[in-house]
Design a protein around this ligand. Structure first.
Ligand code: WT7
Length: 624
């Protein structure tokens, strides 16, 4: 069996798969990994050299120069933009030359804060071409959040646009960059490249700002691809953890690309000629691996949609599928639920007969949404693929395979090739057979993150200390009688709101930075559309009384500090929070109260003051 071979002989298996890429200097060593918490070290193809951009672009010029690499659909209905591999090469080389002219060198960090326009892909690939490490920041993050990420990685350059468009709304990206760079902690950024997209009004700083078009039109179309060691970093992507500030997940060049490309082919049954559409924003890992790197490494046509697939209305999704003969659709359960809420009617006027795979990722999919996706969007003919993975894993880890349809709505089913999942109890003992526990991975795979930028200790602490010798995913899972995996959700203080991963600690520290807030606790709460919503408990400082004004002020404050992605759904004022005698907030109880599960509060006798619980129950925000 192929899976057995992949996990029993990883060197042979991955050595073979890595041949799909062009190596400037071949590798002899395949896997060199230690999960020992004393010395975590993850290296794949470590003596090989390649260039990721060359693999995603130049390699396809010989036979497929005129093939469409990118189909771009604008936010509002209008002519799509088609970009061939030849044009992609030209655009990327010009931008790479321009970046070099601005002094960007191998190993430098570049922050990319762009909307979903082709220039976002050009920017990522241009970085890869010259060996700069990109850090894409989602446009839904605030200037404060952007500043934190720029500061943490010490970016030299920022690439942005005047404005982004999403569902008809403007996002003031350049304005946000200006605000972020005004932060006192930021001293490394020498230039900001600005793409004129909407031509909206912006401030201009002659010393710092560079016009994207002017730069690339005058730059050389020749720019040699930098030979990179397989273990040289390709990108940093910040993601939320259960504690502290966002973590800079670092991915490699060789192993990451092998894994993104190979998983893209196998999970989505990619065939030459297929048009592949992943709706994720490039600001998330799904956008990195399955809008950009996986599909382009495979010479595919990747469809990129600027706005929302339900804008101007719900018929847009089917129209785009029909117009471009899309064969694979990859989206999030949140989007599926939003469509489902509007019913089947918008799908009557499109055929969607080219769809063969319809996939989802990012959060557990409820069986009702799974069935609706299968029956309506896929007309009962396309296979639903529910993929479990994480920013940290680089690519899909647990997934059904095309053609092996078990029809289990809600199950991610089986490990991908080379992936060794295990369930363990809280003491770390392996759970065999059917059961439920913490989902860990016992051996490395090429797409695994290598470290956290600038903080290897935190990397080891976060992922390898809870269950020594194993990668701890932070998710819980159940395994059924057939050995299929069902992801049950995070077991830590991370919440998943509309498929966006947020740390409750981050939101709490934003709240307590507000002058009127004494204390705050944030928990996830079931939400019909978003899967989870953000439920906040706040205690106000002396002298302030709960009011609709303060409620709104705090809501806006969180949006400003973190961004619209973290917009609170419910805020409950509390006189006090449930704490243990040592002062630890009991989030377990707060989660139950938020979820309306008053009969499942458990033992409250260990609280410093058990009387706060009935007060909180009484005052629970009416969500009906
Ligand atoms: C977290 C990772 C899928 C990559 C993009 C999100 C949750 C992800 C599933 C799934 C149930 C899922 C997990 C995971 N998650 N996929 N198919 N079923 N839950 O990457 O932002 O790093 O979030 O998303 O809780 O830990 P991310």
């Amino acid at each position: 069996m192929e899976y057995a071979r992949s996990v029993q002989s990883p060197n042979a298996y991955w050595g073979e798969q890595a041949k799909r890429l062009h190596w400037i200097k071949p590798f002899y060593s395949v896997k060199n990994v230690s999960f020992d918490p004393e010395n975590v070290s993850i290296r794949w193809f470590e003596d090989g050299y390649l260039n990721v951009c060359e693999n995603c672009v130049d390699r396809h010029l010989a036979n497929n120069a005129d093939k469409t690499a990118i189909i771009w659909e604008p936010d509002s209905i209008g002519a799509p933009r088609l970009i061939s591999y030849r044009e992609l090469h030209d655009e990327v080389c010009r931008l790479a030359s321009g970046m070099k002219a601005l002094g960007v060198r191998k190993g430098d960090r570049v922050a990319i804060y762009l909307p979903m326009i082709p220039e976002a892909i050009f920017s990522m690939l241009a970085c890869a071409r010259i060996g700069a490490i990109h850090s894409v920041v989602f446009g839904g993050f605030s200037p404060e959040a952007l500043a934190g990420r720029i500061e943490d990685c010490g970016a030299k350059l920022v690439i942005t646009a005047d404005e982004g468009l999403r569902g008809g709304r403007c996002i003031p990206l350049k304005h946000n960059v200006d605000a972020a760079l005004a932060h006192p902690g930021i001293s490394t950024v020498s230039h900001v490249i600005v793409m004129r997209h909407t031509h909206g009004e912006i401030q201009w700083n002659d010393q710092r700002d560079v016009d994207y078009q002017a730069l690339t039109r005058s730059a050389s179309p020749d720019c040699a691809a930098e030979p990179m060691n397989a273990e040289d970093p390709l990108f940093i992507l910040y993601t939320s953890g259960s504690t502290g500030k966002p973590k800079g997940v670092l991915h490699s060049s060789g192993g990451y690309l092998v894994y993104a490309a190979y998983s893209h082919e196998r999970v989505f049954d990619y065939q030459p000629g297929d048009v592949y559409w992943c709706t994720a924003d490039v600001g998330w890992i799904t956008g990195h691996s399955y809008v950009v790197y996986g599909p382009l490494a495979n010479g595919a046509t990747t469809l990129m949609c600027e706005g929302l697939p339900n804008y101007p209305d719900e018929t847009r999704l089917g129209e785009i599928i029909d117009t471009h003969n899309v064969s694979t659709l990859y989206t999030a359960p949140t989007a599926i639920r939003a469509f489902m809420a509007k019913g089947d009617a918008p799908f009557r006027d499109s055929r969607r007969s080219t769809l063969k795979i319809i996939a989802t990722a990012g959060e557990p999919i409820n069986p009702a949404a799974w069935n609706w996706y299968h029956d309506v969007v896929g007309r009962g003919q396309a296979q639903v693929i529910d993929t479990w993975w994480q920013t940290e894993t680089g690519g899909v880890m647990i997934t059904p395979l095309p053609g092996v349809d078990r029809h289990k709505p809600g199950a991610a089913t089986q490990p991908f090739f080379g992936v060794c999942p295990q369930l363990v109890d809280n003491e770390g003992h392996e759970i065999e057979g059917p059961g439920e526990g913490n989902l860990v991975i016992t051996d490395s795979w090429p797409g695994q993150m290598r470290t956290l930028w600038g903080d290897h200790e935190r990397f080891v602490q976060t992922y390898f200390s809870a269950f020594p010798g194993k990668y701890c995913s932070g998710d819980g899972a159940r395994r059924d009688e057939q050995g299929d995996y069902w992801i049950t959700g995070r077991v830590d203080d991370v919440i998943n709101v509309a498929g966006h991963r947020l740390g409750t600690a981050e939101i709490e520290s934003a709240l307590v930075a507000h002058g009127k807030v004494a204390e705050a606790a944030v928990v996830g709460c079931p939400h019909d559309l978003k899967g989870q919503g953000i439920y906040i408990y706040v205690t106000l400082n002396q002298g302030f009384l709960p009011s609709p004004e303060i409620h709104e002020e705090l809501r806006q404050w969180v949006r400003k500090e973190i961004g619209p992605v973290a917009s609170p759904d419910w805020i409950q004022f509390a006189r006090d929070l449930p704490k243990t005698r040592s002062g630890k907030i009991m989030r377990r109880i707060l989660r139950k109260i938020a979820a309306n599960e008053f009969d499942q509060l458990g033992d409250v006798s260990t609280l410093a003051d058990p009387a706060v619980v009935p007060q909180l129950v009484d005052a629970r925000v009416n969500r009906a």
